[in-house]
Write a protein that binds this ligand. Structure first.
Ligand SMILES: NC(=O)c1ccc[n+]([C@@H]2O[C@H](COP(=O)([O-])OP(=O)(O)OC[C@H]3O[C@@H](n4cnc5c(N)ncnc54)[C@H](OP(=O)(O)O)[C@@H]3O)[C@@H](O)[C@H]2O)c1
Length: 331
């Protein structure tokens, strides 16, 4: 199939909140099976029709034979969608920095394969992770490949993910040399993962460089929804192991989130997402069911007041445990 290209890519308009699709195709961590596809289509339609126009995927999403499944599903759902906000749809994907993607042309090829699965040019193409921690010299040709994709009209904008301030500045400089910009940076940010902002100072740097900061795993893989308790039951697999360690130590934070939610007549998930928005970031919560998507969209249209944000900041700071940082997050 030939993917149509755009001659002069129109600029990107991003919403206040997006929808993450890591779980769409991932059996190992998220228990995906194909019987979920109809529910995922409902999630897509509901989000887009309510103005949640950004969907975040990755070419490594989908385990085993389902590799690329998240992009494939997004492509199908977008192709069949007939409701409002079609013109604002932003399909974002992340190209994995696999060790064999060493040249710009390998990255362009990967982008073309993603576009085929998405059935359209990629709106926002992102480098999935920084290779600074193990193969720093891979970054430059990878970034060049992303810039080639823009110049060839195959994507509208470029983003990065899991880059720290030092590597982000280097990348910014490289983009400037070609007269291009970095539109977004995606890092793990939530009440249980404040490190990228408080320790790395990425929000200030992004503001300075004109980059929109996207908060991934804003619900701490579901833990901040308050639906799991220290005494269990836990989700299956790796998440269960992680939550078993985290939950007893995060209860005071979860209690604060829950108390604010009760006072506001909101849910804990809505408070956790609203906090991300109040911090000037764009959260992309994952949703597997229509009910979750509906609830998450309830984080929009209102704002926590400054006192509530301070209470949450304090509770997050006093927490004895934070989420494990992505091993690829650079400094
Ligand atoms: N750049 C990167 O390296 C990177 C890394 C991770 C994620 N991401 C992106 O960020 C997106 C979001 O992060 P995430 O999916 O890791 O975690 P998340 O958004 O923190 O949590 C999502 C999970 O929480 C549960 N959930 C969501 N809304 C809920 C609600 N209202 N009530 C109850 N449970 C709810 C669902 O799982 P259950 O129903 O199973 O509990 C859902 O799959 C990903 O999908 C992906 O697009 C990027």
């Amino acid at each position: 199939m030939t993917v149509p290209t755009v001659a002069s890519p129109p600029s990107l308009t991003l919403p206040e909140m997006g929808c993450g699709t890591w779980a769409w195709g991932n059996q190992l961590l998220w228990g995906y099976d194909q019987s979920m596809d109809d529910a995922l289509r409902q999630v897509f339609n509901h989000c887009l029709s309510h103005g949640v126009t950004l969907f975040d995927s990755g070419d490594s999403y989908g385990t085993g034979r389902l590799n690329g499944r998240s992009e494939t599903l997004l492509g199908q759902f977008a192709h069949n969608y007939q409701g409002p906000h079609q013109e604002s749809l932003c399909l974002a994907t992340k190209l994995a920095a696999y060790p064999w993607r060493l040249t710009p042309s390998a990255v362009v090829k990967a982008g073309e394969a993603s576009a085929r699965r998405l059935q359209r040019p990629i709106d926002l193409v992102q480098m999935h992770w920084s290779t600074a921690n193990y193969l720093p010299w891979q970054e430059a040709p990878f970034l060049d490949g992303l810039m080639d994709l823009v110049e060839q009209g195959q994507t509208r904008a470029i983003g990065l993910s899991n880059f720290g301030p030092k590597r982000l500045k280097l990348a910014h400089q490289r983009f400037q040399e070609r007269g291009l910009t970095i539109a977004t940076l995606q890092v793990q940010y939530s009440l249980l993962s404040t490190y990228p902002v408080t320790e790395l100072g990425l929000k200030d740097l992004c503001d300075e460089l004109g980059i929109r900061l996207i908060a991934y795993s804003p619900l701490a893989l579901g833990l901040l929804t308050g639906k799991y308790a220290a005494q269990g039951p836990y989700p299956s697999g790796i998440r269960g192991l992680l939550f078993r360690q985290l939950l007893p130590k995060t209860q005071p934070l979860l209690d604060t989130v829950g108390a604010i939610a009760a006072h506001r007549q909101k849910t804990s998930a809505q408070v956790a997402l609203n906090w991300c928005i109040c911090k000037g970031t764009l959260p992309i919560p994952g949703a597997k069911t229509l009910a979750q998507a509906e609830q998450n969209i309830g984080a929009l249209g209102w704002r926590l007041d400054s006192g509530e944000v301070e209470d949450l900041d304090r509770a997050a700071k006093q927490g004895q445990r934070q989420m494990v940082q992505n091993i690829f997050q650079s400094r």
